[in-house]
Design a protein around this ligand. Structure first.
Ligand SMILES: Nc1nc2c(c(=O)[nH]1)N[C@H]1C(S)=C(S)[C@@H](COP(=O)(O)OP(=O)(O)OC[C@H]3O[C@@H](n4cnc5c(N)ncnc54)[C@H](O)[C@@H]3O)O[C@H]1N2
Ligand code: MOO
Length: 399
């Protein structure tokens, strides 16, 4: 068995080691309708120019700029340019063409006067205000053929999917979703819905982690609950076809901490214990080449370690171009205490007081107090030995 003693490491190092333990998922090609929220595995370049021609930004008339500056002025209407069907002639001096938004600007014209600034009577158009060249959208002014529009690691938001379509892509190549097993351990942990005897607790971690995995765009796989016996755990892992395993419970100093025992006796431990509160006993390693992240059993610890360790590691693995967290500075409404040698992540509530962001403690400091986490919309980051006094500016992760 590997020695049960391990040096505590900092969170940044833990994120790095975990990232190096996770497998890079393969890729798949998806139609745009199935790609929302997925991460691009390749950059995307435009296959067309956008706009594809010089077109009008306004409904109005197209004319020559030099004909239209001394208003009012009367121009002769000689035709029409509609979106999809342009005017085939040339706009000569003193002439104009009716034009609509998105329609090609005809040859000879270099300015647009919008319909609100015109009076049209038969083929006589009176411009009440000068036409503007700025109301022409030039070919390729949004993007040109070959120009990179999206990068590897970009998450496909609504606007990016729209951009992909606009650039001419019906399908995109994205990372497959990692299949992540969720395994709860602990003899006292029972399924919600069953009668609860004293000393038992409902399995909340399973559901919290399930939702966190969905939010992260991964595929959660619920495994049957394991009792505190190593053989049972191994049995549950058979045929599970996983890329990664998240366990909860059984990683601390108890005699029945089976995840810890499994990795130390039969696996390869990458790290055990992180300078973190909550979540100090987090454990990471390989078991039969399966990456395992052992989350502490305490419900707040399990979900916070997912948020501050697992999530950033997945972002780094996929080289996502967005940061895993929105970090802001906020005025502390109350003091937040430091923990010796550990970075603390206190559950808190962030809100605007006037123009200022203020962060309040939720008075639920213990790692079994799920109510506090459920109300929290922020984590206050307190560096070791550097407590935050009421009124100080605090570093905050906005959840
Ligand atoms: N002597 C020491 N004891 C403990 C230490 C330590 O450093 N020295 N660390 C403490 C910290 S910090 C944490 S966090 C916990 C982590 O313990 P485990 O990961 O081994 O978890 P368990 O002992 O199995 O359970 C802890 C706690 O959480 C409840 N639990 C477990 N699973 C679930 C679940 N799926 N849903 C809801 N609640 C769950 C369990 O009933 C326990 O109350 O260790 C400390 N001890
Ligand atoms: O650090 Mo343990 O994770 O609560 O309380």
């Amino acid at each position: 068995m590997q020695r049960l003693h391990r040096q505590q490491i900092d969170l940044e190092e833990a994120i790095h080691l975990l990232k190096d333990t996770l497998p890079l998922p393969g890729t798949e090609i998806l139609p745009l309708t199935q790609a929302a929220g997925r991460v691009l595995s390749h950059a995307l370049a435009a296959t067309v120019d956008h706009p594809s021609v010089d077109d009008s930004a306004m409904d109005g008339i197209a004319c020559r700029l030099q004909d239209s500056q001394n208003t009012p002025v009367i121009l002769k209407l000689v035709g029409e340019s509609r979106a999809g069907e342009g005017f085939s002639g040339i706009v000569s001096p003193g002439e104009c063409v009716r034009i609509y938004t998105g329609a090609p600007v005809p040859e000879g014209a270099d300015a647009i006067c919008k319909v609100e600034d015109l009076q049209i009577e038969g083929d006589q158009v009176t411009l009440l205000h000068p036409a503007r060249s700025q109301d022409i959208r030039h070919r390729g002014s949004d993007f040109q053929t070959g120009q990179l529009g999206l990068q590897k690691g970009d998450v496909l938001s609504a606007a990016r999917l729209a951009l992909a379509a606009s650039m001419g892509h019906r399908e995109v190549q994205v990372y497959r979703k990692l299949r992540v097993g969720i395994l709860s351990t602990g003899d006292e942990v029972i399924e919600v819905g069953e009668p609860l005897s004293p000393g038992q607790v409902y399995d909340s971690n399973k559901y919290g982690l399930y939702a966190q995995l969905l939010e992260l765009g991964l595929e959660p796989v619920l495994l049957p609950h394991a009792t505190d016996h190593i053989e049972k755990v191994k049995e549950n892992l058979k045929n599970a076809d996983l890329d990664v395993l998240l366990t909860s419970g059984g990683v601390s100093m108890g005699n029945y901490d089976i995840v810890r025992d499994l990795l130390f006796s039969e696996g390869e431990v990458k790290f055990w214990k992180v300078n973190l509160r909550p979540g100090g006993p987090a454990l990471c390693g390989l078991w039969q080449s399966l990456p395992v992240l052992g989350l502490p059993g305490n419900p707040v610890s399990a979900l916070v370690v997912f948020e501050v360790l697992f999530k950033p590691a997945v972002f780094a693995l996929l080289e996502r171009t967005d940061p895993p967290h929105r970090r802001v500075k906020a005025r502390a409404g109350k003091a937040f205490k430091a923990v010796p040698r550990k970075t603390a992540y206190w559950r808190a509530r962030l809100s605007f007081e006037g123009a200022e962001l203020v962060v309040q403690d939720l008075n639920a400091p213990l790692s079994n107090m799920l109510r506090g986490l459920a109300w929290a919309n922020a984590l206050v980051v307190v560096q070791p030995g550097a407590g935050i006094e009421a009124g100080d500016l605090a570093e905050v992760i906005w959840l």
